[in-house]
Ligand binder design. Structure first.
Ligand SMILES: C[S@@+](CC[C@H](N)C(=O)[O-])C[C@H]1O[C@@H](n2cnc3c(N)ncnc32)[C@H](O)[C@@H]1O
Length: 102
């Protein structure tokens, strides 16, 4: 089944990017550790996942849209991007240290 963002997200990054203020809020609330593994649920094209990655944090990006994940992977293929949703991430229980819903 096609996810909504497979259609409406085709040119998502033409108009969207990580907002520095929002990133700082996410960072402060999550308080990630450099040796932890975190998950960005609803990562889309990975705007915030990528910001965390640039700062040296280990993140997995999860999204139900194949199109959004393709764009995320094209930007950074070293990050793990997986298809999933908030209700079913597909990750094993207790396999990450925290999550961000960007
Ligand atoms: C507005 S975009 C935000 C993308 C990214 N977090 C950002 O800030 O650039 C919303 C994203 O949430 C995803 N999404 C929709 N329903 C979801 C669900 N049930 N669980 C996880 N992600 C979902 C969409 O596929 C889309 O990529």
């Amino acid at each position: 089944m096609k996810a909504t963002y497979d259609t409406i997200g085709l040119r998502y990054n033409a108009t969207r990017k990580a907002d520095p203020y929002l990133f700082e809020q996410l960072h402060a609330l999550l308080n990630p550790k450099k040796d932890g593994v975190y998950v960005d649920i609803g990562c889309g094209t990975g705007n915030y996942t990528h910001e965390f990655h640039k700062k040296g944090y280990s993140f997995i990006g999860i999204d139900p849209s194949k199109e959004m994940l393709l764009q995320a992977k094209a930007r950074n293929s070293t990050i793990v991007w997986t298809m999933g949703a908030a209700k079913n991430t597909g990750l094993a229980e207790n396999s990450v240290d925290g999550r961000s819903l960007s």
